[in-house]
Design a protein around this ligand. Structure first.
Ligand code: DXP
Ligand SMILES: NCC(=O)COP(=O)(O)O
Length: 248
């Protein structure tokens, strides 16, 4: 089965948050993404609310429940007490736990599963009571020992951090090396009984080789590159709309 696409709305929210106005609408763009065939929506609310805000979550939950019941809601974040309460209220189909410091501009590494095994196990056990699938953000070159510790937490999946692969957009040789590291880690995870998601800096260009190298890939979540693509491909039509509206 081909990997599912979950559209990350953080970049849309960041743009909305520049002004005290309701556009671009996070829920509205989520609706467009799902109507176009995306399989789910992802948000990564951070403690400073600079991306999606806690108040976005009930609207997105209702959008999926009321209009796209087959779609999935994926909430990502660092498991503080506040985050766990937020997730328990929003009841997403999937929770992705990410070891982000609040000061980090964006996610840039996976968990040290060995060092955090017992803590993660307690959190995974708590979150599984909501019925959500649990995924853990994972370094692209995690060792067999690390993957064994991830599996021991009781999580269902890992999400491979694809940032270093995405960063090689202008260096094919390095991209091939990064892809191989991701592929090896995905194989270790699969052998340990963990399903594999992937995300960070994925694009239309780098997604097909990733899907070929990891044929059992379950889901990709894409925000920054997908939003940039939407702007690029939507700009001409929008300029025409403004010109037509003005009668110019
Ligand atoms: C875990 C992950 O890679 C994404 O959630 C990413 O952190 C989204 O990043 P931004 O919030 O910077 O768009
Ligand atoms: N989990 C990764 C994600 O949701 C999107 O990351 P990006 O495409 O915004 O880098």
């Amino acid at each position: 089965m081909p990997a599912k696409l979950s559209v990350n709305l953080n970049a849309i929210a960041l743009l909305r948050n520049r002004r005290d106005l309701p556009w671009p609408s996070v829920t509205g763009l989520g609706r467009i993404a799902l109507a176009a065939g995306a399989h789910g929506l992802t948000v990564h609310p951070r403690p400073d609310q600079r991306h999606t805000r806690n108040s976005d979550l009930p609207e997105l939950r209702a959008l999926i429940d009321d209009e796209f019941p087959a779609a999935e809601f994926n909430i990502e974040g660092y498991p503080t007490g506040d985050f766990l309460a937020l997730v328990e209220a929003a009841e997403p189909e999937q929770v992705t736990l990410v070891p982000d410091d609040p000061e980090q501009p964006t996610s840039d590494h996976g968990w040290d599963f060995v060092a955090n095994r017992d803590r993660l196990k307690a959190i995974v056990t708590r979150l599984k009571k909501t019925g959500a699938r649990i995924s853990l953000f994972c370094d692209p070159d995690a060792s067999e020992e690390q993957i064994a510790a991830a599996q021991a937490t009781g999580a269902d999946r890992i999400e491979l951090y694809t940032g270093p692969y995405g960063g090689c957009h202008d260096d094919a040789e390095k991209a091939a090396m990064e892809l191989e590291r991701l592929g090896k880690t995905a194989e270790l995870a699969r052998a340990a009984g963990l399903d594999v998601n992937a995300g960070h800096d994925l694009t239309v260009a780098n997604l097909p080789p990733l899907a070929r190298r990891i044929p059992h890939l379950a889901e990709v979540s894409i925000g920054h590159g997908l939003t940039a693509d939407a702007l690029e491909h939507g700009m001409a039509g929008t300029v025409r709309r403004f010109l037509t509206a003005s009668g110019w």
